[in-house]
Design a protein around this ligand. Structure first.
Ligand code: NAD
Ligand code: UDP
Length: 313
């Protein structure tokens, strides 16, 4: 290991996005320390790096402080699926606030640059469409999604207060719905739910009438965006996501077609505060970091379906 090698800390590195990010950093020959409490992350996502001298995995809950000498902190730790983050909402709020506070304290102390994995959820149920970074959002403070939405909003606030008070170097990625291999099969998010249901020959569960929209980004595109943002000089929030918008009903048809056209759809109640529409305006990412997604939805879905097929047993 050379002395000028970049040392990274990835919080939530055993999770879906975190483990793909670790792959990218490791493949660039950088050092990676990964912290995870394994709430929704799995060791198997990182297995291939065990024993590599550039890699360390620490079981730790980021609501408690930790001291690690690093140059860059990629702060991803937080459950992202509504089912997971609502299973213990107080813990989710603690992870967002205390976890981010602890990581910013660390960034300040060791003079690391920190990237926060924020979310399109900070826009809530948006009144403008598509959502650009200057939109301030429409978020309930008291609903079942608030632990996550408000948690990420205060996390962003903390970042910019550390920047103003302590000159901490901040990057904030507002990530829109991302999918791909390594989502948990019981994760509850729509793409993994539909694929797992279809492979089990079960009806696909549509919440509400399925007319709500999302815009889905394939994981490799998203990770490229995070990497470029961290390496840029841009310190304001930046949307990262795929602007191709689709209704949930249309998504269910697409997955049926790819796996089993005879499957039924089962309508269920729409969860509280479920955003009606969501689509990122990515002009800023295009202009500043020259980034836009390249993987088309059909290709991304096929990769994801193949992953779940392998993983079925
Ligand atoms: P994930 O649930 O797969 O990963 C989260 C990881 O954080 C898991 O490994 C989990 O065990 C770990 N973790 C949770 N609480 C922790 C704690 N207190 N201490 C230590 N580790 C903890 O979710 P993901 O999809 O990989 O999301 C990663 C980050 O990206 C999250 O911050 C999420 O809010 C953000 N994000 C993701 C999406 C998306 O579509 N995937 C969209 C917007 C934002
Ligand atoms: N959804 C659905 N069926 C499912 C899971 C989710 O219809 O089995 C809907 C959900 O109500 C929402 C959309 O799909 O409108 C995306 O949900 P997800 O939990 O993936 O992400 P988020 O709501 O956080 O964008």
């Amino acid at each position: 290991m050379s002395n000028n090698q970049i040392r990274n800390l990835v919080t939530g590195g055993a999770g879906f996005l975190g483990s793909h990010l670790v792959d990218k950093l490791m493949s660039k020959g950088q050092e990676v320390v990964c912290i995870d409490n394994f709430f929704t992350g799995r060791k198997r996502n990182l297995e291939k790096w065990f024993g590599n001298p550039n890699f360390e995995l620490i079981r730790h809950d980021i609501t408690e402080p930790i001291l690690v000498e690093v140059d860059r902190i990629w702060h991803l730790a937080c459950p992202a699926s509504p089912i997971q983050y609502q299973s213990n909402p107080i813990k989710t709020a603690k992870t967002s606030f205390l976890g981010t506070y602890n990581m910013l304290g660390l960034a300040r102390r060791v003079k690391a640059r920190m990237l926060l994995a924020s979310t399109s959820e900070i826009y809530g149920d948006p009144e403008i469409h598509p959502q650009s970074e200057d939109y301030r959002g429409n978020v309930s403070t008291i609903g079942t999604r608030s632990c996550y939405d408000e948690g990420k909003r205060i996390a962003e606030t903390l970042c910019y207060d550390y920047e103003r008070m302590h000159n901490t170097e901040i990057r904030v990625a507002r990530i829109f719905n991302t999918y791909g291999p390594r989502m948990l099969n019981n994760d509850g998010r729509v793409v993994s739910n539909f694929i797992v249901q279809a492979l089990k020959k079960e009806p696909l569960t549509i919440y509400g009438d399925g007319s709500q929209t999302r815009s889905f980004c394939y994981v490799s595109d998203l990770i490229d965006g995070l990497y470029k943002l961290m390496n840029s000089n841009f310190s304001k929030p930046m949307n990262l996501g795929n602007p191709e918008e689709i209704t949930i009903k249309k998504l269910s048809y697409k997955i049926k077609e790819k796996i089993n056209p005879n499957l039924e759809l089962k309508l269920k109640d729409l969860p509280e505060d479920d955003p009606r529409r969501r689509k990122p305006d990515i002009s800023l990412a295009k202009e500043i970091i020259n980034w836009s997604p390249v993987i088309d939805f059909d290709q991304g879905l096929e990769n994801t379906i193949n992953y779940f097929k392998k993983f079925e047993n």
